[in-house]
Design a protein around this ligand. Structure first.
Ligand SMILES: [Zn+2]
Length: 531
C-alpha cells in the first residue's frame, strides 16, 4: 500500500524527493479513492482546520529533516532568526498572526543546502530558505521582504485554500506532491540525480506545480500584507523594492534554473504595477547598503552550498584582487570571512588563520559582526584540533551567553565536548539543559546534549536525549526505539542498586515519554495508511 515511508536503499540512490514524485504520479488516481474512507476529508471547499493543516505540514517536515540537504547551521540560523522574529512580532501586532494560529502552527524556518534562489512556505507554518537566496540578497531588508511574503501566504490561509481545492486527493498525496515540487526546485545534483531523472522530475513537477500554485490574487495579497509586515517590523521599504527588481530582472532573462522562486511566485503584470505604485510613494533612495554582518553571512551561505573547489578558490582569490583595498568595509569583511571559511572547509588551516587575522584586524565592526568573527575563530580552532582554544574564545566567565545566542551556546558545548574532559561535559550539559527548558523542540541541541552527558558519564540521560532528538525530528519510530533502550538501562541500573533519586525521576520521565511517543507513532502509522 502507498505510504510516504521510503526504503533506505531507494533513499540512498535517488534522494527522498525524487522518489516521492515518482510515487505521486503512479499512485495518485488509485490513492485518491483509498483515502476517502480513512483520512479527514479536506475537500468540499470547507475551511481546513488548523490541526489538519499542521499535521500535513508535519508529514512534509519529517521528510525534509531526513533529507541530506536539510541544514541546521547555528550561525546562519541565528541570522535568519534575527530577521524572522521581528516579522512574526509585526504580524502579531497587526493582527494577522492570531493567538490561535501562533499556538497551533510551527513557525519554523529551515535552511536547505542548495545554490538556487528559493524560499517556500509549507502547510502548518513550516518555511524553508535555500542557501542561494541568502548569498544572493544584498541586505537583511531584502531577505525580510521575501520572508514576509511567505509568512503572509501562511497567515492569510492561502495554503489552507489550496489544500481545500486539492483536498479530494487526500492529505498524504498532497504532501507527496508538495515534496515533489520542492525536489524540482533544487539544483540538480549529479551524485544523487541522473540527468535523465532530473529532466523527468522537472517535467512532472511543472504539471504538479500548475495545480498547486497560488492564484494571482493570492500573490498580490502576499505582496501587500508582506510589505506591511516588513515595514512595520522596521525594515527599509527600499529592501522590498530592490528585491522585487532583482526578481523582475531574473524573470526577464527567463532565469528559471537559478531562480526556482519565480516558478512558484510568478512576476505577473498586476504584481509589477502594484510594486511600482508602492515605490512611487517612497522617497527616492538607492538600495539598502550591505552591512558587514550581512556580507559575512552571505559568504558563509555560499561556502556551505558546496559550490566546488574552483568556486572556493575564486572566493579566496578575491583577497588578492586589486580592488580589495579600496572596497567598502562590508565588502572586505565578506571577502575575508569567505576566504577564511573556504580554506577552513578545505582543511587549509594555516591559510585560513592568515585571512582570519586580517578579518579580526578590520576596524569599526559592530558587536553583531564581531560576534560572528569570534564564532568563526572558534570554529577554526576546533576544526584544527585545538578544542581548548575554542573554549577559551567563547567562554565568558563573567557574563552569561545572551538569551537568543544559540550558535555560541552550541559551539561552546561542542568545543567543551571535544576536550574529552568529563568536567567540561558537565558544564556543557548544564548550559544546554537551560536552553532546552525554553526550546524543547530543538533537535540539534538535544543531540549535542546527549554527547555532553555521555562524556559526563550519565548514560541514562544521554540515551533519553538521543530519543528526544529523534522525537523532535518527528521520527517517532526511532524515538520509541531509543526510549525503550533508556527504559531497559533504567531497569538494569535499578536491579543493580545504581539508580539514585535523580535516576528514579529520570526513569519515570522516560516511562511517560515512551507512552506518549508510542501513541504518536500509532497515529503516524494510521495517517500513512500502514496498519
Ligand atoms: Zn508568493
Amino acid at each position: 500500500m502507498f505510504s510516504t515511508h521510503i526504503p533506505t536503499d531507494w533513499r540512498r540512490r535517488f534522494g527522498v524527493f525524487s522518489v516521492c514524485v515518482a510515487m505521486v504520479l503512479s499512485l495518485v488516481p488509485a490513492r485518491a479513492q483509498l483515502n476517502q474512507s480513512r483520512l479527514p476529508n479536506l475537500g468540499d471547499g470547507a475551511e481546513v482546520p488548523l490541526g489538519v493543516e499542521r499535521r500535513l505540514g508535519e508529514s512534509i517536515a519529517r521528510e525534509i529533516y531526513r533529507d541530506p540537504d536539510y541544514l541546521d547551521d547555528p550561525v546562519l540560523g541565528d541570522y535568519l532568526q534575527s530577521i524572522w522574529q521581528p516579522l512574526l512580532a509585526s504580524a502579531r501586532q497587526r493582527g494577522e498572526l492570531t493567538p490561535e494560529l501562533e499556538q497551533q502552527f510551527a513557525w519554523e524556518v529551515t535552511l536547505i543546502r542548495d545554490r538556487s534562489i528559493n524560499a517556500f512556505a509549507l502547510p502548518g507554518g513550516y518555511l524553508g530558505v535555500h542557501l542561494g537566496l541568502i548569498s544572493a540578497v544584498g541586505s537583511g531588508d531584502e531577505l525580510a521582504s521575501v520572508l514576509a511574503h511567505e509568512l503572509s501566504h501562511v497567515t492569510q490561509r492561502h495554503i489552507a485554500r489550496m489544500i481545500a481545492q486539492q483536498g479530494r486527493q487526500g492529505p498524504m498525496v498532497m504532501g507527496a506532491m508538495i515534496l515533489g515540487m520542492l525536489a524540482a526546485s533544487r539544483t540538480a545534483n549529479a551524485s544523487s540525480f541522473s540527468a535523465a531523472n532530473a529532466v523527468m522530475v522537472g517535467g512532472q513537477a511543472a504539471a504538479i506545480q500548475s495545480q498547486l500554485n497560488f492564484s494571482r490574487d493570492m500573490e498580490r495579497e502576499a505582496d501587500r500584507v508582506g510589505y506591511g509586515v516588513m515595514t512595520e517590523a522596521g525594515y527599509e521599504p527600499q529592501g522590498f523594492v530592490s528585491m522585487f527588481e532583482k526578481l523582475q530582472q531574473a524573470a526577464r532573462l527567463n532565469d528559471n534554473g537559478s531562480f526556482p522562486y519565480l516558478r512558484s511566485h510568478p512576476m505577473t503584470t498586476e504584481r509589477i504595477s502594484d510594486a511600482q505604485a508602492r515605490q512611487q510613494l517612497l522617497p527616492k533612495r538607492g538600495a539598502v547598503a550591505t552591512t558587514p554582518l550581512h556580507a559575512m553571512m552571505a559568504a558563509r551561505a555560499q561556502v556551505l552550498a558546496k559550490p566546488g573547489v574552483d568556486a572556493l578558490r575564486s572566493m579566496v582569490a578575491q583577497v588578492q584582487a586589486g580592488t580589495f583595498a579600496t572596497s567598502a568595509k562590508a565588502k572586505q569583511a565578506g571577502v575575508l570571512y569567505g576566504a577564511t571559511f573556504a580554506e577552513l572547509n578545505q582543511r587549509n588551516f594555516a591559510e585560513a588563520r592568515q585571512h582570519l587575522s586580517r578579518l579580526q584586524g578590520l576596524a569599526g565592526l559592530d558587536a553583531n559582526a564581531q560576534r560572528v568573527v569570534r564564532l568563526l575563530a572558534a570554529e577554526l580552532a576546533l576544526a584544527s584540533g585545538d578544542a581548548a582554544q575554542a573554549v577559551a574564545l567563547l567562554e565568558n566567565k563573567t557574563m552569561a551567553i545572551a538569551k537568543h545566542d544559540r550558535a555560541t551556546r552550541i559551539q561552546l558545548a561542542q568545543s567543551r565536548i571535544a576536550t574529552r574532559k568529563p568536567a567540561q561535559g558537565k558544564m556543557a550539559a548544564s548550559d544546554l539543559s537551560l536552553w532546552l527548558n525554553d526550546h524543547p523542540r530543538d533537535a540539534t541541541v538535544w543531540l549535542v546534549n546527549a554527547a555532553a552527558l555521555e562524556l559526563q558519564g550519565d548514560a541514562l540521560r544521554a540515551i533519553r536525549s538521543q530519543a528526544e532528538a529523534r522525537a523532535m525530528e518527528l521520527d517517532y519510530g526511532a524515538a520509541v526505539d531509543r526510549f525503550k533502550a533508556a527504559q531497559l538501562l533504567a531497569h538494569q541500573m535499578a536491579s543493580e542498586g545504581k539508580l539514585d533519586r535523580a535516576g528514579h525521576m529520570e526513569a519515570s520521565i522516560i516511562d511517560a515519554r515512551l507512552r506518549e511517543l508510542e501513541r504518536l507513532r500509532r497515529e503516524q502509522a494510521l495517517e500513512r495508511g500502514i496498519n
